[in-house]
Write a protein that binds this ligand. Structure first.
Ligand code: ATP
Ligand code: MG
Length: 158
């Protein structure tokens, strides 16, 4: 099914906007025009739910969470940035492995199984995209993924 990713992303952010606490601010830098992605809406919802709930969970002090969409030749880049505890650079690759959790007392106190990003990676790759993370410990984290896209809905051309 074809999704207008701008509308889809906005709806998911709206849902989190309701449950966020007062110390957390959301900033949206989405595309103005549509960006059509062919994919499974439930699976892509799960990807974003995982990434956004991590941004909130690992920012116990709150701060700004920035939602961004950028266009490239044949794909979009979607990213979620937080100002939370960050991830040590030596662990950045491992966070996408099943059951991996950064081993820190403060992380262990926050619930979770360590499956969220492993599932997100599997689903992004099943859609032909890539996922990665950038982080500065103590400063914050950006998780980004790509998805192949069309500027127009495919049906417009047939
Ligand atoms: P689950 O998502 O299964 O409830 P989880 O959040 O621990 O549990 P993942 O979402 O896979 O698991 O994340 C793996 C680990 O990566 C986390 O335990 C945490 O240590 C680290 N991590 C993920 N996102 C962030 C983030 N935005 N800021 C800091 N650390 C993060
Ligand atoms: Mg998680």
């Amino acid at each position: 099914e074809w999704l207008n990713f701008v509308d889809f992303f906005n709806r998911i952010i709206d849902r989190f906007e309701i449950i966020k606490d007062e110390n957390t601010v959301f900033e949206r830098k989405l595309l103005e025009q549509g960006a059509f992605v062919e994919g499974d809406q439930d699976k892509l919802t799960q990807v974003l739910d995982n990434i956004i709930s991590n941004a909130m969970k690992y920012s116990p002090q709150g701060g700004k969470i920035t939602f961004k969409m950028e266009e490239r030749e044949d794909h979009i880049i979607v990213s979620v940035s937080d100002q939370g505890m960050g991830i040590p650079s030596e662990n950045l690759q491992q966070i996408f492995e099943r059951f991996y959790r950064v081993d820190k007392a403060r992380t262990r106190k926050l619930g979770g199984t360590g499956l969220g990003l492993a599932i997100a990676k599997e689903m992004v790759e099943a859609h032909g995209g890539e996922i990665w993370a950038e982080s500065v410990e103590g400063r914050g984290t950006t998780v980004s993924f790509t998805l192949p896209y069309d500027r127009n809905e495919e049906d417009d051309w047939t």
